[in-house]
Design a protein around this ligand. Structure first.
Ligand code: ATP
Length: 447
């Protein structure tokens, strides 16, 4: 079944409710750079925490790292980015638009009616030329080529150059992995589709070092583990697919590569959200050659030395955030009401607010009791208090940002210490004693 295109509605919801704003908006905005507002930062943090827990905290064979964004310029020569991190760029002499020659089918020309670049009679596309995607800057006071540094276009290289530091300081034995979350920068030719493709973004990457020969087995294990993770955060199974890189797509050093793709709906359809790659010994060998430092592993029990192979999992935190939002967005009619509701059916572990507390009216001690409940819950979950507008409006406001539970204090609450707890999805209401509230919610949120 074709999934609907909800992008425009999401962009407006995200701005209105404080998930995501355009960067430097009061100056007219910066091209394809976005800021996360109060609810967006919580959502993205919950996604990153989910990843960190699954990849690092719950395993004893993967450890964490937080490497710097700026690295020695030779790193990018060794990695192949200086010579080869290029996209084919075409210009249109008529509209002055710039497009990726290999993604023309995803682009729209500014002429009316908007078509794929090259399809209007007026289009005049140039021959493709290679454009390096790395942002360059200078380290120190002199703007000369000797002081050129790059903003990293991926986090992985920080892991490769620290392979021995980490292995020796933690005494990890191969097979083991190093994981990190951090910013990456790419001067994309055609960024767009909200936070799908931006010039500054966050990656969550893990490099798993294995003995040559065991790489395909680990590759299969990581493929399965990563697909499970996407399902665990609530992405719908029918919207997830693997895409295997064919011979033409495969990087020259890659032994195998699969993308996890997600169906973003509309014309965007299935797109990559994560790459799982068997990189062989390409990266460590390159760094060995360029740095003249040995990056071998000594397998003591078997008394042999080798350069490990690497199985990599690389996922964009922002792209997953977009997938989560698209997946969660739904519009519903409500029985007995003219107005429908917009719901973000977020997995409760990702929801920025877990429970909202409302006094039915602003009198008779109800606000005070509601505030006491908020303070009681705050140490264990993200809570919100709201006393403005009708109760129906307050429910709608919380539905729209994905809050799983709404707690209402009413006249009965004052006499018997019970409150109603409304479930975002089923709309069922339970009456719960306040002394039981914490454990009731904890049980529901864990389930
Ligand atoms: P694409 O083909 O979409 O440009 P890629 O194959 O270059 O992506 P990788 O280098 O494998 O992507 O990066 C791993 C992940 O990082 C991607 O799956 C995606 O989630 C994320 N990512 C890459 N580029 C961007 C970007 N410009 N904006 C947001 N996320 C990105």
């Amino acid at each position: 079944m074709a999934q609907p295109d909800v992008m425009d509605k999401l962009v407006s919801l995200c701005k209105r409710r404080g998930f995501i704003f355009q960067s430097s908006e009061i100056y007219g905005g910066t091209g394809s750079v976005w800021d996360y507002g109060p609810l967006g930062v919580e959502l993205k943090r919950n996604i990153k925490d989910h990843w960190w827990n699954a990849m690092v905290r719950s395993r004893d064979d993967v450890v964490g790292l937080d490497a710097a964004i700026l690295m020695h310029p030779r790193v990018w020569e060794a990695s192949g980015h200086v010579g080869g991190f290029v996209d084919p760029l075409v210009d249109c002499k008529t509209c002055k638009g710039r497009f990726r020659a290999d993604k023309l089918e995803d682009a729209r020309c500014p002429q009316k009616p908007s078509k794929q670049p090259g399809q209007h009679d007026a289009c005049q596309l140039t021959e493709p030329r290679q454009f390096n995607l790395m942002f360059k800057t200078f380290m120190g006071p002199l703007e000369e080529s000797a002081s050129t540094v790059y903003l990293r276009p991926e986090t992985a290289q920080g892991i490769f150059v620290n392979f021995l530091n980490v292995q020796q300081s933690t005494r990890q034995k191969v097979p083991f992995g190093i994981a990190q979350i951090g910013k990456a920068f790419r001067n994309e030719i055609t960024p767009g589709n909200f936070i799908f493709r931006t010039r500054e973004f966050e990656q969550m990457e893990m490099q798993f070092f294995v003995e040559p020969g065991s790489d395909m087995e680990w590759f299969e294990q990581w493929k399965a583990a990563r697909m499970k993770w996407h399902l665990d955060i609530g992405l719908s199974p029918e919207r997830l697919q693997f895409h295997q890189h064919g011979a033409g797509e495969l990087a020259h050093y890659a032994r195998a590569a699969f993308d996890v793709t997600f169906d973003f709906g509309g014309t965007l359809g299935f797109q990559e959200i994560e790459g799982i790659h068997n990189r062989g010994d390409f990266d460590l060998t390159q760094h060995q050659n360029f740095s003249s430092k040995k990056l071998e592993y000594f397998d003591q029990p078997n008394n042999k030395r080798y350069v490990p192979y690497v199985v990599e999992t690389s996922v964009g935190a922002d792209r997953v955030t977009l997938a989560v939002l698209v997946n969660a967005y739904r519009e519903e009619s409500v029985e007995g009401e003219d107005e429908g509701r917009v719901v973000l059916g977020l997995h409760s572990s990702l929801a920025p607010i877990k429970a909202a507390v409302f006094p039915l009216t602003r009198k008779d001690g109800q606000p005070e009791m509601a505030r006491r409940i908020v303070e009681d819950l705050r140490p264990v979950m993200a809570v919100d208090y709201d006393e403005t507008g009708s109760i129906g409006k307050r429910y709608r406001r919380q539905d729209e940002v994905g809050t799983p539970y709404c707690i209402t204090v009413d006249p009965q609450s004052i006499t018997d210490e019970s409150v109603t707890v409304r479930d975002r999805d089923s709309l069922a209401q339970d009456r719960v004693n306040t002394s039981q509230l914490k454990s009731y919610l904890a049980g529901k949120l864990a389930g």
